[in-house]
Design a protein around this ligand. Sequence first.
Ligand SMILES: [Zn+2]
Length: 353
Amino acid sequence: MAGLRAEEFVWPKGEVLTYVFLKDGKWGTSDKEQMKQVEKAMNEWKTRTGMDLDFQPIGDQEDSLLRIGFCRTDGSWSYVGTENRKVSKSMPTMNFGWDLTTRSGYGTALHELGHALGLFHAHQNPRGGIKWNEAAVYEDLGNPPNNWDKETTYNNIIHKNPPGYYYGDDWNPKSIMEYAFDPTLISAPSPYDECGIDEPLQLDQGDIEVIKKLYGDKASHATSTLHHDRWVRLDADLRQQDFVLEPGPSGLYTIETSGNADTHLDLYVQFPGLPHKPQLHVARDEDTGESRNARITINMLRPLTYLLKVRSVWQACSGESTVRFRWAGATKEGPGRGRGHRGTHRPYHYFPF
Ligand SMILES: [Zn+2]
């Protein structure tokens, strides 16, 4: 299960999730009531969890992290957490396939936003999760209104995710990330094999707690300066640390960690003069579950300043881990053309419901 820890889907704290409602073409709508429901659900996640993440509307599809569609023939779905960054800017990252102004529809808005925050389906939790009457499940979801093929049903219902995808939590049948199921589909545990599972319509306390665990504690990531070519020790309490980086001459720099640890590095260019777009994410690397260290090599331009978010997700008990940024040489490319970073290239996780 190496590399399958879910922390790789978790946003850095302080991330501004910019969004746009798609208005044109197949994915678009002009129905303001639908948009209002999505914004109400965003506000509910924010105010009830106190999370150190924000949603910010932005008119420009190219600059938006979340691109929200309303195509009535494509079901309701969302990419999970940081996977949203990998989606082509011409495509939505989330879609609502039905009316959101009903009580059930509002639950869908909360559910899809839960995916965008990094949450997975409750019924795919392997810890204390559901045992299925598999034949009945395939038949039920193969019929209208879903008409799912076997593979889709397997991926969204039967398949159990790695336990790490649930951030240490057991199965929560009341989670907004649960589906409604008829008791005939469930063989265990009791009482769900007799009562089934009701459609969740609101955030459960367990949903609020997991988001607090991932994004709570706003005071935890103070910003300090990371000076050139100096190793700085990372917090042993696995908290996020933010650093300002000021490159000397423009050119290629390497940002890297050392030690036996799993770390996320996220690098942003800062635009203090642009209040609607204060930071632009330019590179990420993480070494979750791998034996190497996280490392970004990128062309940095003077006089821009950069913000580095370092989130330790695991450290060996005896070890210590550090981070450094250092000049790596003059770039052979023209200014403004980054070399990109050595990221991990895993398949996208796509949840069609
Ligand atoms: Zn879902």
